[in-house]
Design a binder for this molecule. Structure first.
Ligand SMILES: NC(=O)C1=CN([C@@H]2O[C@H](COP(=O)(O)OP(=O)(O)OC[C@H]3O[C@@H](n4cnc5c(N)ncnc54)[C@H](O)[C@@H]3O)[C@@H](O)[C@H]2O)C=CC1
Ligand SMILES: CC(C)CC(=O)C(=O)O
Ligand SMILES: [Mg+2]
Length: 353
């Protein structure tokens, strides 16, 4: 099995190192792999002048799966748009057609007190956010800044085609069918035409899924409901931008953004796996980052791309054990637990394996 590893920027290399050590500990258990490491984001810009070099594109295409840390940082924020690290991430998602981003927000019972909500409101929380990843305002044309009436005007375009909505809708309905059979589609159809089409197409698809209960919610209400009563949700499906925002919000219900993994899949489950968070420049290089979202993303890779359910469960159970034993990075620390750094958390997961 060929894994393309893209550590990226900021905490990316630190958390990736731990995920690779965990995979290494599983080697032989029905799982053998080779790794090709490549550059993406700011580190790629520094070395080659572009955030998604041709060599990286080649390595990603040749691999069965891709594991990514994170990209970006203040150092690159003033570069021309095309050279920004984030463009590298958008480019690989688009080029590999990774349109389905699965972000599970699951509360480990040991982290009930780390959640920003009261334990009784989040106990047993298990939500799957299905975010469309290759369309919407992040990709729509035209985009830019132009001069108009003597001032600068910035513009982006929210655009969704029927086929784009249909394919992500199907992924979400299929996921709901395998879970609690409830799907909430989140849009802003009261003001945005693109999302009226989104709602219309979701309703059309629902005819093929009579066993799944479809509901709709406007995104502002959804943001509020997530912190009011999150357990009303089973699967949520939404566009690229709303999903980006709602998944960061949902992460805090599970204790920290450092706990939220993700899978970005194409139509054949070839996938890119990455934590939902960014490069955390404020803690980069200090050995403080929580590597669990990346380690759990590696588990998702074993499940979705390699069909190694038992091995994926081994990682997830090891994470449970480590939390039960009281190991906590700073982002999920509470009094009475044992604060550890990035590498020690990796050590603990490997020991639990
Ligand atoms: N997929 C990606 O590569 C993403 C990249 N970014 C980029 O990352 C850079 C920083 O963005 P921010 O808005 O600050 O978001 P961020 O997710 O990097 O950080 C937000 C906050 O969460 C904390 N945090 C994030 N991950 C953590 C972890 N594993 N353990 C402990 N704490 C963690 C950070 O320390 C920070 O206080 C920007 O350049 C942005 O464009 C942002 C989101 C996703
Ligand atoms: C470049 C951004 C779209 C990355 C991000 O925030 C995400 O994927 O969650
Ligand atoms: Mg985001």
């Amino acid at each position: 099995m060929k894994i393309c590893v893209l550590p990226g920027d900021g905490i990316g290399p630190e958390i990736m190192e731990q995920a690779l050590r965990v995979l290494e500990a599983l080697r032989g258990d029905g799982f053998n792999f080779e790794v090709e490491t490549a550059l993406i984001g700011g580190s790629a810009v520094d070395a080659t002048g572009t955030p998604y070099p041709e060599a990286t594109s080649k390595a990603a295409k040749a691999a069965d799966a891709i594991l990514l840390g994170a990209v970006g940082g203040p150092k690159w924020d003033t570069l021309p748009r095309e050279q920004r690290p984030e463009r590298g991430l958008l480019a690989i998602r688009k080029e590999l057609n990774l349109f389905a981003n699965l972000r599970p927000a699951i509360l480990y019972p040991e982290l009930a007190n780390a959640s920003t909500l009261k334990p009784e409101v989040v106990a047993g929380l298990d939500i799957l956010i299905v975010r469309e990843l290759t369309g919407d305002i992040y990709f729509g044309q035209p985009r830019g800044v132009r001069e108009e009436n003597g001032e600068r005007v910035g513009f982006n375009t929210m655009v969704y085609s029927e086929s784009e909505i249909r394919r992500i809708g199907k992924v979400a309905f299929e996921a709901a069918r395998k879970r609690g059979k409830k799907l909430c589609s989140v849009d802003k159809m009261n003001v945005l035409e693109a999302t009226q089409l989104w709602r219309d197409v979701m309703i059309e698809i629902s005819a093929d899924y009579p066993d799944v209960e479809l509901s709709h919610m406007l995104v502002d209400n959804a943001a509020m409901q997530l912190v009011r009563a999150p357990k009303q949700f089973d699967v949520m499906v939404t566009g690229n931008m709303f999903g980006d925002i709602l998944s960061d919000e949902a992460s805090m219900l599970t204790g920290s953004i450092g706990m939220l993994p993700s899978a970005s899949l194409d139509a054949n489950n070839k996938g890119l796996y990455e934590p939902s968070h960014g490069s955390a420049p404020d803690i980069a290089g200090k050995g403080l980052a929580n590597p669990l979202a990346t380690i759990l993303s590696a588990a998702m890779m074993l499940r979705y791309t390699f069909n190694l359910e038992a091995q994926a469960l081994r990682i997830e159970n090891a994470v449970k054990k480590v939390l039960a034993a009281g190991y906590r990075t700073g982002d999920i620390y509470e009094a009475g637990t044992r604060q550890v750094g990035t590498r020690e958390m990796g050590d603990a997961v490997i020991a639990a394996l």
